[in-house]
Design a binder for this molecule. Structure first.
Ligand code: F3S
Length: 399
């Protein structure tokens, strides 16, 4: 790879061993992908995880004196202060969360702790070059905004945050952003929940490709969040296009950059229904309800508040969201409505964290296949149902 004088200085350790390590990691990735050189990034997002390996790497960078040049927003962790009021936490789990907080803070990250930074605090414009990890965030910035990011790991995004550059390969190049497979949506997409099923199903049909959807009309931002999250639960899709809607797909020709689709597939209502039946736990009694994977928007919080107002939930209900949305919910009275019904909003928290141990072995309800997928390894089962129906089930204690 060719380096600028500044990049070479980073490689040579003139900015310290932490920055040198970050630059070496990026150079190795660049070589692996035949990138000719590095390009500057203007935004970064790091999917920190509270796992030992992630923390080992972050602390190594701290010890080496690294500081973020392009300060990243960060993924949710778990809000240990809040969880002390919900359950008893393992000392070990709490300790690693605190160490993660200290390490990323020292590196200069913006401690947002949310997985929808593209909505509120790290919003790119068309064509911007980014380094975003978090599998549900990358397709949103790429597809909905037309910004350019590869599907980064927490480590590679952090290295870009420190050095300010990323190897020039993959989805940063216009030619690699062309669609490959045309997906005809024959199902009438009636609500945001349908996009959860669509996202989970489509990679089975398209494989590792850039899908181009035809037949989708004006999806909401929540539908697009759902679609991106599930495309990367059912498969690995960092970029998709929707004809007549996303910015690189004003027409079919533009979406495929003038080439023919390699394949065409269809999605029917019957397939969406079958998908849900396959991945959902059976109906019946439920023990809790969990939402916010990805983090809920204020509009989604409002839907739940409207459904539980002046009622009492039969089972505990938790909504994961960003601190900003939680503050809004407080100001707008939703927190109080939820509290009175027996629900609560937890900020800064991801369902794939050990703070949910008190729910292990139980059966919950959620609107998110991603939530259900990750918690399987933690022995939690989920009925997967549309938002409104699932909240009604939480009021009764069964679906
Ligand atoms: Fe967000 Fe965690 Fe789900 S990062 S998308 S709540 S797995």
């Amino acid at each position: 790879m060719k380096f600028t004088a500044e990049e070479q200085a980073m490689m040579d350790g003139r900015y310290g061993v932490g920055t040198q390590l970050a630059m070496r990691v990026l150079a190795a990735i660049g070589e692996a992908y035949d990138a000719p050189y590095m390009v500057p990034v203007t935004r970064t997002h790091v999917a920190l995880s509270n796992q030992e390996a992630d923390l080992w790497f972050a602390e190594k960078l701290v010890e080496g004196g690294a500081k973020c040049k392009i300060r990243p927003t960060v993924n949710p962790s778990f809000n240990w202060k809040e969880f002390h009021t919900i359950t008893t936490l393992d000392n070990e789990d709490e300790a690693i969360v605190k160490r993660t907080h200290v390490a990323y803070n020292k590196l200069g990250a913006i401690m947002t702790y949310d997985c929808t930074p593209y909505l509120e605090r790290n919003v790119p414009r068309f064509g911007e070059i980014l380094s975003f990890s978090e599998s549900s965030a990358t397709p949103f910035v790429n597809s909905v905004y037309g910004a350019r990011s590869n599907r980064e790991s927490a480590q590679s995004a952090l290295c870009s945050a420190i050095t300010g550059v990323t190897p020039y390969y993959g989805f940063l190049l216009r030619e690699n952003r062309a669609g490959n497979v045309l997906v005809h949506i024959e199902a009438d997409m009636k609500d945001d929940f349908d996009y959860q099923m669509l996202g989970y199903l489509v990679p089975r049909k398209t494989g590792f490709a850039v899908p181009v959807f035809e037949g989708i009309m004006n999806p909401s931002k929540e539908a697009l969040m759902n679609l991106g999250a599930q495309l990367n639960t059912g498969g690995n899709v960092a970029l998709y296009h929707i004809i007549g809607f996303t910015p690189e797909a004003r027409t079919l020709e533009e979406a495929f950059q003038g080439k023919q689709p390699q394949r065409e597939v269809t999605v029917t209502r019957a397939e969406l229904t079958a998908m849900r039946e396959e991945i959902s736990a059976p109906a019946g009694k439920i023990d809790f309800a969990l939402y916010g994977c990805p983090h809920f928007t204020i509009d989604q919080v409002a839907v739940i508040a409207g459904l539980v107002k002046d009622k009492t939930l039969a089972v505990p209900l938790f909504i994961m969201t960003s601190s900003l949305t939680r503050n809004l919910a407080q100001k707008m009275g939703y927190m109080e409505i939820l509290r009175q019904a027996g629900g609560r909003i937890v900020e800064d928290t991801c369902m794939d964290q050990p703070c949910w141990k008190f729910l292990y072995g139980k059966k919950g309800i959620t609107d998110s296949p991603k939530c259900a997928y990750y918690t399987k390894r933690r022995e939690m089962q989920f009925v997967i149902a549309p938002l409104e129906a699932s909240v009604k089930a939480a009021l009764k204690g069964r679906y």
